[in-house]
Design a protein around this ligand. Structure first.
Ligand code: ADP
Length: 432
């Protein structure tokens, strides 16, 4: 550059020298022409180089730096360094931003960023599902215009975000329960977090139902017993009547005892560790004789009870639990099958190597609509029949629990009017 300017001045000096020498009319035009030509050469050079620099800066990818010399070379090199640093910074910020987005998307909670007007600036896929949003469509829309839940609208407008809002059952036909809380952040914005608490509320509702059911089941025999006691206390009864009343009280006492025992069994099943594979039960030699004794004592000769062994293989599992499950199924078959009916208990191993314990009866059977609910606690098809036969409504719940602790399936087949078959299907790993 400096050299070019020096050259320019030298040429200008030459042309004026020529002008002063010639002193002719055209002499100064010649000098001016030479001066302009000399000026145009470096200006053209600058123009061409700056155009290539502009192209270089406009390109998405940094290509090779345009060639230049002297002052321009130094300028281009510094510019290139500066542009590279900025591009690198932009790349890092974008990558960080992308990571934040991915982290928010990976969150199991719904996340919505709202501006000061409650307009949606961003939300993750879970929030789209929870609130019925579509970010592409709903960006910068006010959330309370899109999610029209009255409790939510009230929560958002009250601006009191210290406590979360819980919405049980988000809408008609939806079981979803959400815990929502807004957290204010920069420039009057809000971060809305929504957590799915459906299971928590379901468990809480189940606990409430369970306590109510237990109280009810306990109150009924207690009320009956109190009534008998009052009668015995206030009325002069004959010894025979007294004996009858005491027997009735005994029955209610037994009912309460069975209920408490079944509740304790369930509590123990829930509290105990899973049964280990090293314990085993010899179903045919050990379990069958005990089960047979109990069955005959319960039936009092009213039924034909058969025990059939198709295999002598051992079943790996907790003996106490398995005996309780087998006993419950046999006791149900006896209690629900009218006198004269047949009950068949079978143990075998099927072609897949699975252990099969089944109890078949010729009782009243159960209609299909009840089958999926039979293992619920306190679910009974016929409430009075269950009570009359000393049922607690917990037997099949206990069986199901024990089955799942042994990775077994409880299969129920029944034909109303013909009978039922309850089968426990144990995985082949539990057969020794
Ligand atoms: P429960 O103590 O009332 O017998 P369970 O949980 O053992 O309670 O059984 C639930 C319900 O399933 C019973 O109330 C009864 O209506 C029905 N049930 C169970 N086993 C049989 C069976 N073998 N035949 C007919 N109904 C049965």
């Amino acid at each position: 550059m400096f050299a070019a300017i020096v050259r320019l001045f030298v040429l200008l000096a030459c042309s004026f020298a020529l002008y002063s020498l010639t002193q002719s009319a055209w002499g100064h035009w010649v000098a001016l022409g030479i001066a302009l030509t000399v000026l145009a050469i470096p200006l053209g050079y600058f123009y061409i180089k700056l155009s290539t620099l502009k192209k270089y800066l406009q390109a998405d990818e940094l290509e090779r730096l345009p060639a230049a010399s002297g002052f321009l070379e130094d300028l281009f090199f510094r510019l290139q360094r500066y542009v590279k640093a900025i591009k690198q910074r932009i790349f890092e910020v974008e990558r960080q931003h992308q990571r934040f987005i991915e982290a928010f998307q990976a969150s199991p909670n719904g996340i919505v960023m709202l501006d000061s007007q409650d307009q949606i600036e961003w939300c993750n896929a879970i929030a789209e599902r929870f609130f019925g949003l579509n970010f592409k469509r709903d960006a910068m829309q006010r959330i309370n215009y899109l999610f029209r839940n009255p409790e939510f609208i009230q929560y958002l407008s009250a601006r009191e975000f210290e406590e979360p809002l819980v919405i049980e059952k988000m809408g008609p036909g939806s079981n979803l329960s959400l815990r929502i809380q807004a957290f204010p952040f920069a420039d009057n914005r809000r971060l809305l977090l929504a957590q799915d608490v459906t299971d928590l509320y379901k468990a809480e509702a189940m606990r409430r139902d369970f306590v109510a059911n237990v109280s009810h089941e306990m109150r009924t025999p207690l009320t009956v017993m109190m009534g008998f006691l009052e009668t015995v206390q206030t009325i002069d009864l004959t010894p025979a009547q007294k004996a009858e009343y005491l027997e009735l009280m005994m029955t209610q006492g037994r009912r309460m005892k069975s209920l408490v025992e079944d509740l304790l069994t369930l509590a123990n099943l829930e509290a105990n560790a899973l049964p280990v594979l090293k314990d085993s039960v010899n179903v045919v030699d050990s379990a069958f004789p005990l089960l047979k004794n109990d069955a005959e004592a319960l039936s009092q000769g009213a039924h034909q009870i058969r025990f059939e062994a198709e295999s002598t293989q051992l079943l790996m599992g907790n003996e106490h639990e398995l005996m309780s499950a087998f006993g419950n199924l046999i006791s149900n078959a006896i209690r629900y099958t009218p006198d004269g009916g047949e009950i068949t208990v079978q143990w075998g191993v099927n072609s897949n190597g699975q252990g099969v314990f089944s109890v078949r009866d010729t009782g009243p059977g159960i209609s299909a609509e009840h089958l999926p609910r039979l293992t619920e606690r306190f679910y009974r098809v016929d409430r009075s029949r269950s009570r009359d036969t000393g049922g607690t409504g917990l037997g099949l719940a206990i069986v199901k629990h024990i089955a799942s602790r042994h990775q077994a399936q409880l299969l129920i087949e029944s034909v109303p009017g013909s009978g039922s078959q309850f089968t426990l299907l144990f995985p082949s790993e539990r057969i020794a």
